[in-house]
Ligand binder design. Structure first.
Ligand code: UDP
Ligand code: MG
Length: 308
């Protein structure tokens, strides 16, 4: 019945029962005009009625497809599952909370037809709560500073990927996933288009501060080993400083007979060095843990149900 699928739209969903009906309605209206399409909702272990709704959409329109996970595996893994199952020649990614307006897709697609492998949206103005803005700023600062991969800050998840790009992503099976970085790492031609950004239609952001930090850490550690080398630099610098300070005290003692005072200075430097050592050990541990996780080679996600 279905001709060749040109577009796949992949939408990760985690407790978005209040948003996906509206999203589906607006998205379908846009996609109808673009060409043949499928919409893949990936239910990331929602505890609300999201999955029931997705099944209802599918009954009415077989172009709506769904994958549901056995539990919550995380946003970027949900996107990965969608990419694994997408059949389209071009794959559109967007969030399930209507922060990315579906009406912007035709403009992204217009740019895409110029021959890019990724066209992503850049927010003109970010419509988020102030706390989200601040944490997001810190998140992107850490990433851009330490990951060594060039990623613009205000990019949205709303984007179009070529089949070529999707195939590259499908080959990257690392457990710690940071999709923006993985796409940038591939090195294909990238373009961006300014898009509107809206507030979340309903509900709260699923990213709390610990989750953002975890993602930032994944982002940094999967693309760079700079934090590991920090130990070398800090070690070199502190040895050098202590050498100078030591020589200075010896000089004062020999030439002016000033005794070295200082219980306080000993305690402070002891704690300082101890702190740095523990920090470095922590960073080493983080990389070791990451390596361990990757070596286990577990599947990235477990499917519970599948409607195609
Ligand atoms: N999401 C997901 N799994 C998670 C967290 C989020 O699939 O563990 C989905 C969520 O339903 C939404 C998208 O990822 O469609 C972006 O999440 P959210 O809007 O909470 O993030 P924010 O926009 O605040 O960065
Ligand atoms: Mg959101």
């Amino acid at each position: 019945m279905q001709s060749e699928i040109i577009f796949s739209v992949v939408i990760p969903v985690y407790n978005e029962e209040e948003n996906i009906a509206e999203l589906y309605r607006r998205l379908a209206a846009v996609m109808e005009k673009l060409g043949s399409y499928e919409i893949i909702f990936v239910d990331d272990g929602s505890k609300d009625r999201s999955w029931e709704l997705i099944k209802e959409f599918h009954k009415k329109d077989p172009r709506i497809r769904g994958i549901s996970f056995s539990r919550n595996f995380g946003h970027h893994i949900a996107i990965t599952a969608g990419l694994d199952h997408a059949k389209g020649e071009a794959v559109i990614l967007m969030d399930g909370d209507l922060q990315d307006p579906p009406e912007e897709i035709p403009r992204l697609y217009e740019k895409f037809t110029e021959g890019y492998d990724i066209v992503y949206g850049i927010r003109k103005e970010r419509k988020d709560k102030i706390t989200k803005k601040i944490t997001s700023f810190i998140f992107w600062y850490i990433l851009r500073r330490f990951s060594g991969v060039d990623m613009p800050r205000s990019q949205t998840m709303l984007r179009i990927l070529s089949r070529r790009m999707v195939n590259v992503l499908k080959d990257m099976r690392e457990y710690a996933r940071f999709i923006h970085g993985m796409m940038a790492w591939a090195g294909f031609d990238v373009a961006s288009v300014e898009v509107e950004h809206s507030q979340r239609l309903k509900g709260k952001s699923k990213y709390n501060i610990p989750r953002m930090f975890k993602l930032a850490f994944h982002g940094v550690t999967s693309f760079s080993t700079v934090p590991l080398k920090l130990a070398i630099y800090i070690g070199l610098i502190s040895s050098f400083i202590s050498l100078i300070v030591g020589l200075y005290f010896i000089y004062r003692k020999l030439f002016y007979n000033i005794p070295v005072l200082g219980y306080a200075s000993i305690i402070v430097s002891l704690f300082f060095i101890g702190g740095i050592q523990l920090l470095m050990l922590g960073i080493f541990g983080e990389y070791l843990g990451r390596t361990y996780q990757e070596v286990q080679r577990r599947p990235l996600y477990i499917l519970k149900e599948y409607i195609f």
